[in-house]
Design a protein around this ligand. Structure first.
Ligand code: NAP
Ligand code: COA
Length: 259
């Protein structure tokens, strides 16, 4: 693969898995988060594993000027991006009464403003034809969830950013899509929402495919959405969640014999 891919939040979890997927196919990749040291470790690990050119950066997605400067320097090193992935996010579990105005704003700023900043700065340097933009959204964008009012609000906004920019940038041949992962095993997001094995087993029990996802499930979806095979797909949110959004599949309304 000759692509160049910029990934915000590509230094851990799902986004690191996406970076790994692209690097394994020979793409040049920029991964970045707030912590430049963590990004260096991730990039070095991916380079060693795949032999691809993976560079690291540091920028807070809430700071447009920082993202813009990082992208300008990455273009010098690995070229203009064919793919821009906005994956950085923040989450914690708390009821609305336990979240200060600043707590709510912090998550909205990282998830929603951060996605906007990464896309806007990415579009400014995505000068090659056929660029693909992907935001990592979440089921909370469309599924209300207690203790997640900040994330639900932020990710609902992310879904709208995806759709509006797909309309605005379509005439330039730029596609904009989202991926909505279900719970992905081994990630910070799942550890925060389902810290025990019992939580995780209950969660899996309610999903049609009866398992949590893997980071490579999401990487494959991103590789597909950014490929020429998805050339007529834009403004879409691809659910990659084992059927979780179909509803509770556990059958816990049935008797044990019926299950
Ligand atoms: P994670 O491992 O905690 O990764 C978050 C990444 O974002 C890290 O690289 C982090 O690096 C970076 N980041 C956080 N705040 C940032 C900021 N202000 N500026 C720049 N970078 C920042 O998370 P994850 O659980 O894999 O989740 C990744 C994405 O998938 C998120 O968009 C999340 O909403 C979505 N998602 C996750 C799940 C799941 O099961 N985990 C399910 C549905 C959706 P630094 O700490 O160095 O900044
Ligand atoms: N419950 C309620 N409020 C909380 C909270 C919690 N568990 N954790 C943080 N907050 C509040 C803080 O109290 C603060 O509000 P205040 O100033 O009124 O006290 C506000 O959120 C900002 O906290 P701070 O720690 O300064 O923010 P940060 O920018 O350093 O970190 C977070 C952002 C809070 C989202 C942090 O958890 C983070 O960095 N997350 C990235 C990793 C992650 O969330 N991964 C999962 C991705 S889905």
């Amino acid at each position: 693969m000759k692509k160049t891919v910029f990934i915000s939040g590509g230094t851990s979890g799902i986004n690191l898995g996406i970076a790994r997927g692209f690097a394994a196919q020979g793409a040049k990749v920029l991964v970045f988060g707030r912590d430049g040291g963590k990004a260096q470790v991730a990039a070095a690990q991916l380079q060693e594993e795949t032999g691809a050119q993976v560079i690291a950066g540091s920028a807070d997605v809430r700071d447009y000027a920082a993202v813009e400067a990082l992208f300008a320097s990455a273009v010098e090193t690995i070229g203009a991006p064919d793919v821009v992935i906005a994956g950085a996010a923040g989450n914690f579990m708390a009821p609305a009464v336990g979240i200060s105005a600043n707590g709510f704003k912090t998550v909205v700023d990282i998830d929603l403003l951060g996605t906007y900043n990464v896309f806007k700065a990415g579009f400014a340097v995505a000068t090659k034809p056929g660029a693909s933009f992907i935001a990592i959204t979440a089921p909370q964008a469309v599924q209300p969830l207690p203790m997640q009012v900040h994330v639900c609000a932020a990710k609902a906004g992310v879904n709208m950013v995806i759709k509006v920019l797909a309309m605005e940038w379509g005439p330039a041949g730029v596609r904009v899509n989202g991926i909505s992962p279900g719970p992905i095993a081994g990630t910070e997001g799942v550890e925060r929402m389902a810290p025990t094995d019992e939580h995780k087993a209950n969660w899996a029990d309610g999903i049609a495919l009866r398992r949590l996802g893997t980071t490579s499930d999401i990487a494959e979806a991103a590789i597909f959405l950014s490929s020429e095979n998805a050339g007529y797909i834009t403004g879409t949110i691809l659910d990659c969640d084992g059927g979780m959004k179909l509803g509770n599949a556990s059958g816990n309304y049935l008797t044990p014999a019926q299950r």
